[in-house]
Design a protein around this ligand. Structure first.
Ligand SMILES: *[C@@H]1O[C@H](CO)[C@@H](O)[C@H](O)[C@H]1NC(C)=O
Length: 134
């Protein structure tokens, strides 16, 4: 049987350990990005149909008009996948890739007739993918 003071010490150690774990978890969550998929197609284009999900979470499917922003918060450190249809074109891409997007507050996707452009600041864009046809 342990003396009472040692029991007390053990209890305190256990409590601080769980609170440290808890704060790490919180830290992780804070660094999960907000995702934006922006329809930047030419004026009066047909709507852009986009569906996004991770392995565990269904985000949703939207018909985006020109200028619309389909946005959500990533809730897990996982791959988020989207696919898009626009007239006779099809595309799929990784909306969030944990390694690539690590530590970013936001991931922006600009979708237009030329393809799919990635930005972390909504200003500088890099072309990542193009439309496919059957
Ligand atoms: C991204 O930039 C566009 C164009 O400047 C602006 O209209 C839009 O509000 C911005 N979105 C965010 C989430 O900052």
């Amino acid at each position: 049987m342990l003396p009472q003071s040692q029991l007390f010490f053990l209890l305190i150690a256990l409590l601080s350990f769980t609170s440290i774990l808890g704060s790490f978890e919180g830290l992780d969550k804070k660094f999960l990005p907000r995702v934006h998929v922006l329809n930047d197609l030419p004026p009066n284009s047909e709507p852009l149909n986009v569906l996004c999900k991770s392995r565990n979470t269904y985000i949703g499917e939207r018909d985006l008009n020109v200028g619309d922003d389909f946005t959500w918060n990533a809730k897990e450190n996982a791959l988020y996948y989207c696919r898009a249809f626009w007239v006779r074109f099809f595309a799929s891409w990784h909306a969030v890739q944990p390694k690539r997007d690590n530590g970013k507050a936001a991931v922006f996707w600009l979708v237009n007739e030329h393809g799919f452009f990635l930005s972390w600041d909504n200003t500088t864009w890099v072309k990542k993918s193009v439309w496919e046809t059957e």
